[in-house]
Design a protein around this ligand. Structure first.
Ligand code: G6P
Length: 480
């Protein structure tokens, strides 16, 4: 059996540079998790797959991608689906990131409903279906990922008979009251598209329930706990909270590269307590709320000025979508204002980095940060919180986490805050910076144990096994 992983973005992103091309690791929870899974299972062979093919977009416009880039990707077991300039604008920036992303994160005022976007959403997924169909054979397993490809399971059923299909959503699924804002024909196609799978997975039960309630409300199908009855077909629906490669992060402190980078950081920031966060630049991540909470903390607790600094890393993302560009400018303005108003010649309140940082630096930051301030406004899961906790081999550090992140359902020993409650954020920062080492360790140990047990390999294996089981059941039902 072969495994097809299908996601909008491939695990690598190709960028044109100085006339040549550069192949970079893709960022974001989906790519990170699937790469960890493939590494840990010897490219899927450890699970009995004879081959794994990853189907997706290279990140380049088709007009400049060229056959040579495609050939290089194919050599790595990646099957590129080219997106033209128009596809990028209407499909990726349009329906995916101006319609589905804001709506599913409940940012209804940012949501744009445009017929041209929808048409591109259908058209591009047909091409993904053709790409998979050009290689897949009956009996293969196709794992479709995320909001970019919600029509794909249904298209695959048409194109190739007898595939095992699993669909996993990496972002929240909204309550039906929010989904109802979408034109009826689109939301029906999306729900039906996903329901063509044998198994549909979400991070947490809340999203499962939202999905089941939407299916009952808009399609009228009978739903039970974990099952949708689509005529005679039963579709399994379940919660599969995504994990991380625990051992990799837990062992990072042992790597000489990370130790050197951590030592350097400690030297440079000598004596200062470090509050840290890293996110893709996205309005869902609550960066502005966080920066303002930090400002208020410094104003209300002046004794911490010169004793603590906030290292704020924001990795650029989706440039070209208006809200993202506007948000970047707003963060820059706020950070500049706060550093100007509160900074001293020998101390800055916020060290702001707005670019991709190399892995050893990230691991070093996880290892030296006294506090991780992870406060998205809404987040499907949030892997950074898990990575920080896993990294603390020394059993030091405090995680402050939003109740609106999927991870808050598992990481209950974090200091849980509402990201819109500025006073609560200020209080949590003060508490975190003064927490006794014993309490830090007690909280971390409990979370580490849970993250260790529910790592990314378990997540992927559980999902794949459940897809195979659901597929087996569906075949039996069809034969009877
Ligand atoms: C989130 C999504 C992923 C996406 C990632 C990065 O994690 O769930 O599907 O790949 O963000 O966003 P981008 O638009 O750069 O692919």
């Amino acid at each position: 059996m072969r495994l097809f992983i299908v996601s909008n973005r491939l695990p690598v992103t190709v960028v044109r540079r100085d006339g040549g091309v550069e192949i970079r690791e893709s960022v974001g929870g989906l790519a990170t998790a699937m790469k960890s899974f493939l590494e840990a299972t010897d490219g899927g062979r450890g699970l009995g797959f004879r081959e794994v093919v990853w189907v997706g977009w290279s990140g380049l416009r088709a007009e400049v991608e060229g056959e040579e880039v495609r050939a290089r990707l194919r050599e790595r077991g990646l099957l590129p689906v080219p997106l033209s300039e128009e596809d990028v604008s209407l499909f990726y920036e349009g329906f995916c990131n101006s319609t589905l992303w804001p709506l599913f994160h409940s940012f209804t005022v940012y949501t744009v409903f445009e017929r041209r976007f929808w048409e591109a959403y259908v058209r591009v997924q047909q091409r993904f279906a053709e790409a998979v169909a050009s290689m897949a054979e009956p009996g293969d397993l196709v794992w479709v990922h995320d909001y970019h490809l919600m029509l794909l399971p249904a298209m695959l059923r048409e194109a190739v008979p007898d595939l095992a299909v699993g669909f996993f959503l990496h972002i929240p699924f909204p309550p039906p009251e929010i989904l109802q804002l979408m034109p009826p024909q689109w939301r029906t196609s999306i729900l039906e598209g996903v329901l063509a799978s044998d198994l549909v997975g979400f991070h947490i039960h809340e999203y499962v329930n939202n999905f089941l309630r939407s299916v009952a409300k808009f399609l009228g199908y009978r739903v039970e706990v974990g099952v949708v009855h689509v005529g005679r077909r039963r579709v399994r629906v379940g919660a599969f909270p995504i994990g991380i490669n625990f051992e990799m992060f837990h062992n990072s402190a042992l790597s000489p590269d990370v130790q050197t980078a951590a030592e350097e950081l400690r030297q440079r920031l000598r004596g200062l307590k470090i509050v840290f966060s890293i996110d893709r630049l996205d309005y869902t991540k609550g960066v502005i709320n966080r920066v303002r909470a930090w400002e208020r903390f410094l104003r209300e607790h002046p004794e911490w000025r010169r004793r603590a600094t906030f290292v704020l890393v924001v990795v650029p993302s989706r440039t070209g979508v208006p809200q993202y560009d506007a948000m970047k400018r707003e963060i820059e303005r706020e950070v500049g204002r706060i550093n100007g108003e509160l900074g001293e010649v020998d101390w800055v309140p916020i060290i702001y980095i707005s670019r991709f940082i190399p892995t050893p630096t990230l691991h070093a930051l996880y290892n030296v940060a006294d506090v991780a301030l992870i406060t998205p406004l809404r987040d499907g899961m949030n892997l950074v919180s898990k990575e920080y906790v896993a990294s603390r081999r020394d059993c030091r550090g405090v995680l402050i986490l939003s109740e609106t992140a999927g991870a808050a359902h598992e990481l209950v020993e974090a200091l849980i805050v509402n990201p819109n409650d500025e006073s609560a954020m200020v209080e949590a920062i003060a508490r975190a910076l003064s927490m006794e080492p014993e309490e830090q360790c007690r909280r971390l140990r409990a979370m580490q144990e849970r993250i260790r047990q529910n790592d990314v390999v378990k997540w992927a294996v559980d999902f794949i096994k459940a897809t195979v089981e659901a597929y087996g059941e569906a075949r039996e039902a069809a034969a009877s």
